[in-house]
Design a binder for this molecule. Structure first.
Ligand code: 5GP
Ligand code: MN
Length: 328
């Protein structure tokens, strides 16, 4: 099944509930709201339901204030699940929404997606689900307006880490330019969605960076509930730390370990071009993309660090010199 099957299902729906993943990021919220505006332009009823709140850096998105936390009792013709590799990734709204609709449409770019929908379009070559939504618009007969364009361009910016991932190609930049022509303010989106973090988050980084370690091209740091309490931070405030660690010149792979309040360990992995952390995450029961992946481990922190770092060392050792050349 494919893009056209998905487009047909979207065209036929008079109402849609749009879902995305827990701890939503710019691609989750941007693609969901972009699709919401596009379906509304067609005259359909469309609503976005997310298990977790829209983070502060994405509240500028048109429609962010309309995002709901609970599935409405009346349900909808279809449920559209975006950017989520499994129903677990969506959280509670999945079961409630699918019980109140006739069809599940699954649109995703995670290679680990289990094709859990009735209709699926899984395209790992796409850097962002927001770009997949943009490519659906012609089949929906929709020209993006300013709101749609702003939401979709935000997904492109955030999932490509500010147009810096190896998946950023000239086609993506052409799409970004078209979205700008449709009214999306790129510099403003980058400032709001991307170059915008709280003082609390950086204070947590300051704590975590006290634990910084570097071995064999792998950089890592740990944060604990005590550190978060000391600065008034939440688990979510640790989310970008691995991305920041990867900016270290000596890093080929970066990992951040968050000891969660429930005792499990969330591991967040990032890799320079040529390295693949999705394989390591999958070995650990998680998933993601080659340059950005993660897993949650049910083991003591020390054991989690040892397990992950030795798997990452094996990954670096197994990576061919040709791939490593790109790092220089
Ligand atoms: P992050 O490190 O920002 O939490 O996640 C990076 C990427 O890995 C995202 O695409 C995210 O969906 C994926 N990911 C993170 N943790 C998990 C996990 O536990 N399971 C799966 N399947 N994917 C994950
Ligand atoms: Mn995504």
């Amino acid at each position: 099944m494919s893009k056209e099957t998905v487009a047909r299902a979207l065209r036929q729906a008079r109402s849609a509930l749009i879902l995305s993943h827990l701890n939503p990021d710019g691609d989750a919220v941007g693609s969901a709201l972009g699709l919401m505006w596009a379906l509304r332009q067609r005259g359909a009823l469309a609503r976005v339901v997310l298990a977790d709140p829209v983070p502060p850096n994405l509240l500028f998105l048109p429609g962010a204030e309309e995002v709901e936390r609970q599935v409405p009792p009346e349900g909808a013709d279809i449920v559209v699940v975006l950017d989520s590799s499994s129903p677990d990734h969506v959280g509670e709204p999945f079961a409630e929404a699918t019980a109140r609709s006739n069809l599940v449409v699954n649109i995703d770019h995670h290679p680990t997606n289990g094709a859990f929908g009735d209709v699926n379009w899984i395209a790992p070559a796409y850097p962002a689900v927001a770009q997949m939504i943009y490519h659906l618009l012609p089949s929906l007969g929709v020209q993006p307006d300013e709101a749609t364009a702003t939401c979709l361009l935000t997904g492109l910016v955030t999932d490509t880490n500010g147009f810096s991932t190896p998946t950023t190609d000239s086609n993506l930049l052409r799409d970004a330019a078209e979205l700008m022509d449709a009214g999306a303010p790129l510099p403003d989106i980058i400032q709001q969605a991307y170059l915008n973090r709280s003082l609390t988050q950086v204070r947590l980084w300051a704590q975590a960076l006290q634990t910084l370690q570097w071995e064999d091209g792998i950089v890592w740091a740990v944060n604990t509930p005590e550190m978060r309490r000391a600065v008034g931070a939440s688990e979510r405030d640790s989310s970008d730390l691995s991305t920041f660690l990867l900016t270290i010149r000596e890093a080929r792979i970066a990992a951040s370990f968050t000891l969660l309040d429930d005792g499990r360990v969330k591991v967040s992995l990032r890799a320079k071009p040529g390295y693949n952390v999705a394989e390591v995450a999958a070995q650990l029961g998680g998933g993601g993309h080659p340059p950005a992946a993660g897993a949650t481990l049910d083991m003591p922190l020390e054991q989690a660090v040892q397990t992950v770092i030795s798997a990452l060392k094996a990954q670096v050792a197994a990576t061919t010199p040709h791939a490593q050349l790109q790092l220089s």
